[in-house]
Write a protein that binds this ligand. Structure first.
Ligand code: ATP
Length: 369
């Protein structure tokens, strides 16, 4: 039974340097019991270092890490009730599935009957009840993933760490495994901490996501929060797709600001949450492709509008994307609905683009980078 009053994992002001490299800078977060938490960030931002400190393979230079309310500083990895699934899964190729899963139970001295019962139980829970006798090479990629998770979960960890476990899979299997991992987490009701540089994985699977950049957590929130209410320019640019322009604030009008972009567009937008901007500031403007409205032909240009020509269509069924080339040469991405009819937008069409001020946000340039 999980104790909902105690968080499964808490990091307080954790820092780690390697010589002059500050790999993790003052990271604090708390994960409630039984949730799916992802740490999302670009290569080199410090994700693996943070994960290795949670697992006990590295010690922080300062700060504290607690599991189930108890500090685990200086507790060796095998004495922390944390298990880890690696990208290459690390299944033992010379052992069959049953023996792979049983291995950890044997190490802690479980008896034969208990091992048999627990291995079969976990195989049932990962929906592979009949594969115990198979060799590892006889499993599909997705089955190997589930066995790697079963091998950890049979030991009933407080927290399961997953270090980019889908990285080695082909695209189709990755898509299927995203859903499967989320269902497995729900089924085991154990906290999963998942690290990835792939925002679509983090958004689909997680209850909450921490966006990490340059050793720091920029923002922690639900996928919806991060997507709709980014608090820094980095989060706005890293989570989901956005068109961006740089420009200068020409006026502040209540909740909105006017920006004159470097390409000469007048854009009305709102400052990102928590961002303060003043007239004269240099800002980056973000507009998501799904908020850009496309009309065929040319229309008079007002605020938040542009004219261009369709350069390319990235076909993806009904929800496709048009790449529209402006006179200045820049490309603007626009989500378009294609019905297969004669009215569908096509390459070389002249189009007008527009969006509403509430769907355009700006942050001071350089913030969060
Ligand atoms: P990736 O997604 O590419 O694995 P990451 O976000 O996991 O990257 P880390 O591997 O944690 O990033 O690395 C963070 C920074 O710390 C990088 O600059 C890296 O070069 C540095 N670093 C990590 N481990 C060591 C080490 N043992 N010695 C020196 N520098 C290290």
């Amino acid at each position: 039974m999980t104790d909902s009053a105690v968080s499964d994992l808490e990091c307080s002001n954790v820092c780690k340097n390697f010589g002059s490299v500050q790999a993790v800078k003052d990271v604090s977060f708390e994960i409630p019991s039984g949730s799916f938490f992802s740490i999302l960030g670009p290569s080199g931002c410090g994700k693996t270092t943070l994960m290795r400190m949670i697992a006990g393979f590295e010690e922080p230079d300062s700060g504290d890490i607690s599991i189930k309310g108890r500090s685990v500083l200086n507790v060796p990895p095998n004495r922390r009730n944390v298990k880890m699934v690696f990208q290459h899964l690390a299944l033992f190729p010379m052992m069959n599935v049953f023996e792979n899963i049983a291995y950890g139970l044997r190490c802690i001295g479980a008896d034969r009957d208990e091992i048999k019962r627990k291995v079969q139980d976990v195989l049932n829970r990962v929906a592979l009840p009949d594969v115990g006798g198979r060799e590892i090479h006889q499993l599909s990629g997705g089955q190997k993933q589930r066995i790697a998770i079963a091998r950890c979960m049979v030991l009933d960890p407080d927290v399961l760490l997953l270090d980019e476990p889908l990285g080695a899979l082909d695209l189709k299997l990755r898509e299927a495994m995203k859903i499967e991992l989320k269902l497995l987490q729900h089924q085991f009701d154990t906290t999963f901490v998942y690290i990835t540089h792939d925002q679509s994985e983090a958004l689909v699977m997680s209850d909450r996501v921490a966006v990490m950049n340059n050793g720091r957590f920029e923002q922690i929130g639900s996928p919806q929060d991060l997507y709709h209410h980014p608090k820094t320019a980095f989060v706005a640019g890293f989570v989901g797709d956005s068109n961006r322009w740089t420009g200068r604030v020409s006026a502040v009008q209540g909740e909105e600001v006017m920006v004159e972009t470097d390409g000469g567009m007048n854009a009305r937008c709102r400052p990102g949450e928590g961002a303060s901007v003043a007239a004269g500031d240099t800002v980056t403007l973000f507009v998501r492709p799904e908020f850009v409205h496309l009309t065929q032909g040319r229309e008079a240009l007002g605020e938040n509008s542009l004219q261009g020509r369709v350069d390319n269509l990235l076909f993806n069924g009904a929800n496709s994307r048009a790449l529209v080339r402006m006179g200045s040469g820049e490309l603007v991405e626009v989500d378009v609905t294609l019905t297969g009819g004669a009215d569908d937008v096509k390459p070389t069409d002249d189009v007008a683009l527009s969006w509403s001020a509430e769907n355009a946000i700006c942050f001071p340039s350089g913030e969060g980078r």
